[in-house]
Write a protein that binds this ligand. Structure first.
Ligand SMILES: NC(=O)c1ccc[n+]([C@@H]2O[C@H](COP(=O)([O-])OP(=O)(O)OC[C@H]3O[C@@H](n4cnc5c(N)ncnc54)[C@H](OP(=O)(O)O)[C@@H]3O)[C@@H](O)[C@H]2O)c1
Length: 329
């Protein structure tokens, strides 16, 4: 097999495409022939040693991928060789093969493409858990999605619409705003133009959004939180802009509002039954055409460094997916 190997976590430039021994799955594991792997925000942090999870060196980055099971470890009974699966073990995806814990593999129904499957779990699980479980979003409420053209942002628009909410999508360019409209956003805000608070006030007749979904943080967080509705829920999803913002707590008091943390990975670990039920619902929604990942581009696995560069320059809309030619080893 071949894979992009991180031997020194000093950034993307230090990754090397290497031939490696194809691993044998141990008890509870499966070997997967990877067809597609998506780029997620943590994939950029992990190769710089800046992510919360620090895998022992050397490691193969690539948090999320889809492919075909090609060997089973001892005790794996719910999967079979030849079955197509998606999985999000955190590392291993940027190669031709990987071993993964069988319990993390999501069996794919017919018609679920490998490209969509490789871009599915992280974004939809995060937004479903955030909006439906943590924020208890209801039909008729208004949601403001920041970074709305990004990976989790695009999924948040689709899930909020599936619930029957009104969506205000906010992003940094007209092109990104256009994508959000095509995804069903009722209103858009280009936050490079004018004051965010003025846009929100105008679009909500001064009431403010009931739920704010924030994967960006930085300078957007405080003006967004100042605009929230009475009994609003502010979802802390991520800090793509870099700095972790602070919020004056009097704002929560004045609006009877909640600041709600979202940590999907920990939810999945601590509440596996709820996670399984959620994934079942998300797969059904995909089959019904209610949700579908936005694929910015598919690139050959060999072009991983170009994909990282595109992500780093904030151009990606939706998800970038790396693909292996059939039969790669
Ligand atoms: N809490 C959880 O469980 C969970 C789960 C998944 C992801 N996350 C986090 O959510 C965040 C977004 O993830 P993602 O996969 O959606 O990433 P993404 O696809 O790269 O989208 C991030 C968006 O953030 C905006 N942004 C603002 N400043 C940026 C900067 N300096 N660099 C890059 N983007 C910037 C960009 O939109 P504009 O250009 O429109 O501003 C971009 O589209 C990350 O911090 C990730 O770690 C959290």
């Amino acid at each position: 097999m071949h894979a992009w190997l991180c031997e020194t976590p000093t950034g993307v430039d230090a990754l090397n495409w290497k031939e490696l021994p194809t691993p044998t799955p141990q008890a509870g594991e499966v070997l997967i022939a990877i067809e597609a792997a998506s780029l997620n925000f943590p994939d950029a942090l992990i190769v710089q040693n800046k992510y919360q999870m620090k895998p022992p060196l050397p490691f193969v980055p690539g948090s999320e991928y889809a492919g075909t099971v090609s060997a089973l470890g001892e005790g794996v009974t719910h999967l079979k060789v030849g079955q197509r699966v998606a999985c999000l073990p955190g590392t291993g995806g940027f190669g031709t093969h990987a071993v993964a814990p069988a319990r993390l593999c999501l069996p794919l129904p017919d018609g679920f493409s490998s490209v969509d499957a490789a871009a599915f779990i992280m974004i939809y699980a995060t937004s479903h858990h955030a909006l439906i479980d943590r924020a208890q979003l209801r039909a008729g409420e208004t949601v403001l999605v920041l970074g709305a053209a990004g990976g989790v942002g695009t999924s948040a628009i689709q899930i909020a619409k599936a619930v029957g909410a009104t969506v205000i999508a906010a992003a940094s360019s007209d092109e990104k705003c256009e994508l959000c409209k095509r995804l069903g956003a009722d209103h858009v805000i280009n936050y490079r133009e004018g004051q965010l608070r003025d846009h929100i006030k105008a679009l909500t007749q001064g009431k403010g959004p009931d739920v704010i979904y924030d994967p960006v943080g930085g300078d957007l967080a405080e003006p967004a939180f100042r605009s929230i509705a009475w009994r609003g829920r502010y979802l802390v999803v991520g800090f793509a802009a870099g700095p972790i913002p602070s919020l004056p707590l009097n704002l929560a008091l004045l609006k009877g509002a909640s600041v709600v943390g979202v940590f999907w990975g920990e939810f999945a670990r601590r509440e596996p039954a709820a996670q399984d039920a959620m994934m079942k619902e998300l797969v059904a929604w995909y089959q019904q055409g209610r949700i579908k990942p936005v694929i910015d581009a598919t690139l050959p696995m060999s072009e991983l460094k170009a994909a990282y560069a595109r992500m780093g320059s904030r151009q990606v809309m939706g998800k970038l997916v790396m693909v292996n030619p059939p039969g790669s080893d």
